[in-house]
Every structure is written in C-alpha cells, then in structure tokens.
Design a protein around this ligand. Structure first.
Ligand SMILES: Cc1cc2nc3c(=O)[nH]c(=O)nc-3n(C[C@H](O)[C@H](O)[C@H](O)COP(=O)(O)OP(=O)(O)OC[C@H]3O[C@@H](n4cnc5c(N)ncnc54)[C@H](O)[C@@H]3O)c2cc1C
Length: 445
C-alpha cells in the first residue's frame, strides 16, 4: 500500500482504526476493513489509483456518504474505498436549459436547495436527502416519497460523467431531455451501484417548482381498506406527490415509544397524503378528494402552511431511525409490488404469517418490510422468511428492491431468483466495461 502514499491529488487513510469506520453503511451488512481509503481530489488521482488497483488485482469501492441500505459501499476482501467527499466542482444551474450540473461530492440537500433558490425543482427526495451525496443518489438511482408522481433519480438524469476502465473520465449524454442517439450509457451508469465505473458528476433536469401543497394525515378505521386507496385515487383522477403509510403494528409502536407528536396519532393505521397540483388548495379540489377519502378515514387533518406541513411530515421522517433504535438488529427490506397488487401482497404475507411490520410508500407499492426479531431468529429461518417475502413480490409482478438497490445485502437473492438471462446479460456488460472486475467487485451480480 506504500504506492498509495505517492498518489497525486488525494488524501489517503491507512490507519487501521480510521479504516474501521468504512466497514459498513446504514444496512445490516458489515464488510471487512478496507486496505485503504482514498479521497481523490482530481482525475490524476483516480487514473493512478485505477492503474495501481489493476496491477495488484484489487477492487475499488466507491463511497458517497455511506447512507446506503444495501451494503453497496461496504468493502469485500482486497478493497480500496474511494471516498468521493473531496471531489472538486461547483453546482452550476442553467435556466435556459432547465438543468443543473453537480459533482458527485455535492450533498443532495445542496443540489435541491440550489434549484429551489432559482425557483426550480429537482424532485428526487430519498428520506436521507439531507445526509446523502449526489453521487450516491445517482449510483443507487435513489427514490423517495415523491417517486409515485415524479419517478426516481434515473428519470431526472440527462448526462453522467464517470471514470471508466480506460482510466479516463467520459461524459455520456447531453443536457437536453431529447436525446435519442443510441443506447443510453448515462442511464446504464445510473443505479449501477458502482459496478461499471465511478461517477464523478452529472447533469439533471429541473422543472418549475410546484407552488401549492395540500398535505393530509389520514387515520383509517380499517387497515385493509387503506390498501385499496391508491387505486381508488388514480381511478378518480388524483395523482398524489406523496402517499405514505404506517401499518397497525408500526403505528402502535410509534404511539407507545415514538416522539411526542406520534403519541397522539389516531386510527387503526395511518396514511400521509400530499398533492402539489396547481389548484390543490382550492375548496373544489378538497371536496372532490374527500369524496374518495371520506369512506376510509376517521378524522382527517389537513396542513396548508409550511409549519403544519412540517409537523405532519416529521413523524414519517423519523420512522426509520425510531425503529432502528428500538430494534437495532432488525432487517429491513424495501420490496415493491405494482400498486394494483398491494392488497394481494398483504393477503399473501398474512397467510404466510411472515413476522414483519410495514410502512413506506403506498403510492408506488414500495413497502418497507421490517423483520424486527431478525436478531433473535435462527439464520436458516430468517433466510426462509426473506425468501418467502421476495418470492411473494416476484409472483405478484414486483421486485426485490424498490429504491435501496441490491448491493451485497440482496446479491444472492437477486442472482438466484432473477431470470438467468438477465444475470447473464448484466455479467456480459460488466465483462465488456470492466474485464478485470476492478469496480466494486462482488456486488449486485
Ligand atoms: C434514514 C435513511 C433513509 C433513507 N431513505 C431512502 C429513500 O427514501 N430512498 C432511497 O432510495 N434510499 C434511501 N436511503 C438509502 C440511501 O440514503 C440512498 O441510497 C442514498 O442515495 C445513498 O447515497 P450515499 O451518498 O450515502 O451513497 P453510499 O451509501 O456511499 O453508496 C451507495 C452505493 O452507491 C455507490 N456509489 C457511491 N458513490 C458513487 C460514485 N461516485 N460512483 C459510483 N458509485 C458510487 C456505492 O458503491 C454504493 O454501491 C435511506 C438511508 C437512510 C439512512
């Protein structure tokens, strides 16, 4: 590792104690200690690092802010972690092209804030939006509460700059929404979890900022009736920009042990709905909406100003950390089914008696299934429970991950349960782009 100390334009960490901090992200996966952590500050560092890694047969594990929930940036044997937090560059916005370019090191919160300052909107909003990096959000194609209306990160990406296997930084794509010049490499890199190359920056599209928000807290009388609401809303012509939910067990836990605001929450289960349509604060909109919500809800609370809105959202934002604090060894899976199959998902998992509680994104079928007793469950039993959960989603036309990705956490399940042709194709692409397996080896496929 001595050669690393001579890397140009980089900070290199070799101290074993400091390296320990890089063994994990926010998933339950713990990797081995990396051989080193390198914080590159320019292309020369990356180029030289790649040359060294290839020469020694090592793998480079890109890392943003380490908030990932799939173990994607955790080291495997022979890893050097490439921490992008020192990568240079400014956030640049073009009003004429309605787009924004930022380096991988930018924090997502700063990217979103820069757009807002200009009266523009960058929608991707993972719940970790104030902690994660722009680069990490691109590499995982992060989704969030607004994905039910605005899609995921990949739906906003116009071009990506990345260090590829030849040691050069290439730009794929152009700063326009209309670009149909062959298969799209920028999209291939977005959501690739660092296995095809290392993203150094990207250009994303922007739209005018929605001006109005109508936020509703919806306590429901009968939990199972809530499960038909996503379809009832779209049938009635409504498309919320957020539709979150808590099942009875999660709601009860929050009421008993959660923050003060959560203790007063009524209902058997709970949903949080938000609309940002141009006339959503007008009475006619609300009246029409209540015709759909009324039969399901008991005591709807609405927030129309920022302070009330923030109060309603604060419980949702803290649900993940609340459960993690209460059940540190829990396993959380962010499975997904089509919106129309949500009720079937719960019918099947209840019949299977899967010991899980759920909350998450009802508006797009991305359900955070938490196995709270995972720490006390025998490994083979836990494995069987996860396999049943995944199989249920696949049988209903869904997938293993709605937003967090595959990483190390779901690699085995992804390989064994996917169409073999898909895995073979992805491995073929990996072989073509990274024949020596230098980028994030042992992840995803
Ligand atoms: C409380 C909490 C809430 C969350 N909520 C959501 C949510 O709502 N939606 C969601 O999608 N995710 C969510 N996440 C997961 C995570 O925050 C997101 O996936 C986030 O985008 C990861 O960004 P990061 O900078 O932390 O990436 P990291 O965790 O550092 O890395 C994630 C993956 O991207 C790769 N990577 C990182 N940087 C680069 C790069 N420059 N080039 C190539 N590959 C790279 C890594 O190798 C790894 O595979 C949540 C996490 C937490 C802790």
């Amino acid at each position: 590792m001595n050669a690393l100390t001579r890397l140009p334009d980089a900070t290199v960490i070799l101290d074993p104690e400091a390296l320990e901090a890089y063994r994990r992200d926010e998933s339950h996966v713990v990797g081995c200690a990396p051989l080193a952590v390198v914080k590159p500050q320019g292309p020369a560092a990356l180029r030289e690092l790649l040359r060294l890694a290839k020469g020694e047969g090592l793998t480079l594990v890109p890392r943003g802010a380490g908030t990932g929930k799939a173990g994607g940036c955790t080291p495997t044997p022979g890893s050097i972690v490439v921490d992008f937090s020192h990568w240079p560059g400014e956030i640049e916005l073009s009003r004429a092209d309605l787009c924004l370019r930022a380096p991988a090191s930018a924090m997502l919160r700063d990217v979103k804030a820069r757009a807002l300052e200009a009266g523009l909107f960058y929608a991707p909003d993972p719940n970790s939006w104030d902690q994660c990096s722009f680069g990490g959000s691109l590499a995982t194609s992060a989704g969030g509460v607004s994905a039910c209306k605005y899609g995921m990160t990949r739906h906003w990406v116009l071009s990506v700059e990345a260090l590829m296997e030849d040691g050069e930084i290439h730009r794929f794509g152009i700063p326009t929404v209309k670009n149909n010049s062959g298969p799209n490499m920028a999209q291939l890199l977005t959501g690739s979890e660092g296995i095809f190359g290392m993203i150094t920056g990207a250009t994303v599209k922007l739209i005018p900022t929605p001006q109005q928000h109508l936020t509703l807290l919806l306590p429901v009388k009968d939990w199972h009736e809530l499960l038909d609401l996503p379809t009832a809303l779209t049938d009635a012509g409504f498309l919320p920009n957020a539709f979150e939910f808590w099942d009875p067990a999660v709601l009860e836990d929050l009421r008993r042990h959660g923050p003060e605001t959560a203790r007063r929450m009524p209902g058997e289960a709970l949903a949080l709905l938000e609309f940002d349509d141009p006339h959503c604060m007008e009475e006619a909109f609300l009246e029409r909406l209540l015709e759909v919500l009324g039969p399901v809800a008991t005591d709807i609370q609405t927030a129309t100003d920022e302070r009330q809105r923030e109060a309603l959202w604060s419980v949702r934002r803290t649900t993940s950390s609340h459960l993690k604090e209460r059940f540190p060894k829990k396993v959380s899976e962010d499975v997904v089914v089509p919106r129309s199959r949500i009720r079937d998902f719960f019918r099947v998992t209840e019949a299977l008696k899967l010991p899980m509680v759920t909350y998450g994104h009802l508006g797009d079928g991305n359900l955070h299934a938490n196995l709270l007793a995972a720490g006390e469950t025998a490994p083979e039993e836990l494995e069987a429970q996860l396999t049943s959960l995944f199989r249920t989603c696949l049988d209903l036309g869904g997938g293993l991950s709605g937003e967090h990705g595959i990483g190390l956490a779901k690699r085995q399940a992804f390989i064994t349960m996917s169409d073999p042709y898909l895995i073979q194709s992805l491995r073929g692409i990996k072989q073509a782009l990274d024949p020596q397996g230098v980028f994030n080896r042992g992840k995803v496929i």
